[in-house]
Design a protein around this ligand. Sequence first.
Ligand code: COS
Length: 379
Amino acid sequence: MNFTFSSEHKLIQETAKEFANNELLKGVIDRDENKTFPKDQIKMMGEMGFLGMMVDPKYGGGGMDTISYVLAMEEISKIDASCSVIMSVNNSLVCWGIEKFGSDAQKEKFLPKLARGNMIGAFCLSEPEAGSDATSQKTTAIDKGDHYLINGTKNWITNGSTASIYLVIAQTDVEKGHKGINAFIVEKDSAGITVGPRENKLGIRSSDTTSIMFSDVQVPKENRIGEDGFGFKFAMKTLEGGRIGIASQALGIASGAYELCLKYAQERKAFGKEIYKHQAISFMLADMATEIDCARLLCLKAAWQKDNNINYAEASSMAKLYCAEKAMKITTDAVQIHGGYGFVKEYHVERLMRDAKITQIYEGTSEIQKLVISRSILK
Ligand code: COS
C-alpha cells in the first residue's frame, strides 16, 4: 500500500491548481451569473491538455492515468465546476468512449481534435422520459442499409450547443429491448439537428446544457460504435468512468468550499476571538476534513482500479455517491460558517453549494448509484 503521489502526479496537481487560480478564478462569478460559456478558458484548457488527459499520445492526448485525471479534476472544480463538467464529459465520456470502443477510423478522425479541444463532444443518453430508466430509449435509429436514420429528442445535454460531435444512444430494434440499442457518433452539422435553448440552471450555470432534437438525421454506418446492439453496454461502461470524473468534481467542489472556510474561520472574529476557536466551528471543520479525505480516497481507489484493469463499476458508483452527498453537506455547512457573507456571491460558497446539487443528479442520481452498489454487493 502506497499513499504517496509520484512526482508526475504532483506536477499535474500543481499545474491544474495554478491554472485554476490564475485563469479560472477571475470572472467566475460573472460567468455564473450571466450564464456565459467559458469559451476562452476552455480553449486554454484544450491547449494545456486538460481536455484529453488520458488519450493516447498517438492521437494527440496526454497519455496520463486516471489518478492524474482525478487530481486535475479536483483542482479545476475547486474554482469553476462549470469548466470541470465540460472537461469531465469530454475526457471520460466522449474521448474514452471513442478510444476504448471506437474503430481505428473513428479514433483517427475524432480523437486528435477532441484531445486538444479543437472540438468538444457531448454524450446523449437522457431523454424527456428516460433519465434513470436509461433502457427506455424512445429515440430511434433505423437501419437503412448504408446509413441509419435517427429520430427523437435528447435532454440535459452538457455541451449541447458547443459540441461538434454527439455520441447518441438510440433504439434500432425495439423487439430486442436494451440489446437492440446502438451508439453513434453524430456530427453536429448533419441535416435535421435542432439544438434547444440553453437551460437556465441552479448551478454550473456557465456550462451549456440543452436538449437536442433529431429529425430524420442520416448517420453513415461507419459511425456506429461497436457491434450492432452494443449501444446500451457502451453507455453503461462509459458511465462507469464518467462517474469517477463527476466524483472528483464533487470532491473538488467540497474541498474548494472547505479551503475557503479554513481561511475565513481564521480571519473572522466573534465574541472576542477568531471563529475557529469556537468548537461549533472547529468541529464542523474537523468533519469536513475527515469527509474530504474519505471522498478523495474513494476517487483515487476507483481511478487506481481503472488504471489496473480491475472492475471498477462498484468503486466508481461508491465514489460518486459519497462525494456527491458530502459535497452537498460540506458546501451547505460552508455557507453556514460564512453566515450572511456566505449567502452573497462574492464569497463563492453559495455558488459551490448550488454547483454541488447537480453532482447528486447527473451521470446517475445518488439513488441509481445505490442501486448499482446494492446489486453488486448482493449478487
Ligand atoms: N457494464 C456493462 N453492462 C451493464 C452495466 C455495466 N456497468 N450495467 C448494466 N449492464 C447491462 C446488464 O448486464 C444488462 O445486460 P444483459 O441483459 O445482457 O445482462 C443490461 O445492461 C441492462 O441492465 P439491467 O438489466 O441492470 O437494467 P436496469 O434497467 O434494471 O438498470 C441501470 C440499469 C439502472 C443500472 C441503468 O439504466 C443506469 O445506469 N441508469 C442511470 C443512467 C444514467 O446514469 N443516466 C445519466 C445520463 S448521463 S448525464
